[in-house]
Design a protein around this ligand. Structure first.
Ligand code: C5P
Length: 224
């Protein structure tokens, strides 16, 4: 039989949002549905890889044949990634990780107590992709995502370099057919060029998240 393109490879994928609790009933989160990350995980499985999916809270069901680790907070996602990263040949971080979490989590529901305004103190979460970029070995391939609302190429180029990615997939939230909760995506793909300020930039046409998953994985496999 013909060997599948990712046969024998371990693929690690992060997907979905994180939830950062304020108190037992409230949390900070974002609009990520996990569709892109789940499509990548399923496609990697279908291309023959051994897949670990670290997923934030989503309504999608755990895909068959994939080791799915469910997490809630960015810190939990970081712990799960740290546990699985060394075994991963390809890592794709499609999760929308909350950049900040409340400095303290109240053990009781926060009461209004007649207040008009309240101060909410936030502290930064670990950058999981940046950690992976710092710790990857020469034979590990790392792909990040970026969602931007302005200056897509320059912001994405900075992330590609600063997080030491092999490839970065950037989408503009304001482009029709791109972003959260839709089944298609329109992306700009960046790879390191001759110098850090001259990345290789490709504009890919609008396609389904399934098809995009296949194209991303094929590109990543070709980088190895
Ligand atoms: O810097 P920004 O959040 O735009 O970077 C997006 C990329 O970094 C995505 O691949 C996302 O999964 C990853 N990321 C992460 N941990 C964070 C923030 C972002 O892994 N705390």
């Amino acid at each position: 039989a013909e060997t599948l393109p990712l046969h024998g490879l371990h693929v690690l994928v992060t997907a979905g949002p994180t939830q950062e609790p304020l108190d037992p009933v409230r949390y900070l989160t974002n609009h990520s549905t996990g569709k892109m990350g789940y499509a990548i995980a399923e496609q990697a499985r279908d291309m023959g890889a051994d897949v670990t999916l670290v997923s934030g809270p989503v309504t999608l069901s755990a895909p068959r044949g994939i080791d799915t680790v469910h997490v809630t907070t960015a810190q939990q996602m970081f712990n799960a990634v740290q546990e699985h990263f060394t075994q991963a040949d390809l890592t794709i971080m499609a999760a929308a990780v909350g950049d900040f979490r409340p400095i303290e989590q109240s053990s009781e529901k926060i009461k209004k107590n007649g207040r008009i305004n309240i101060d909410l103190q936030l502290t930064s979460n670990p950058d999981i992709l940046a950690w992976a970029g710092e710790h990857k070995t020469a034979d590990q391939t790392l792909c990040g995502f970026a969602m931007e609302t302005q200056d897509l190429e320059s912001n994405a180029a900075k992330k590609l370099t600063s997080k030491h990615c092999s490839m970065l997939v950037a989408n503009n939230l304001n482009t029709p057919g791109a972003g959260f909760a839709v089944d298609t995506n329109v992306v700009t793909v960046l790879k390191p060029g001759a110098t850090p300020d001259e990345p290789i930039i490709e504009h890919w046409n609008k396609m389904s998240k399934q098809e995009l998953a296949e194209r991303i994985l094929t590109e990543l496999a070709a980088l190895r």
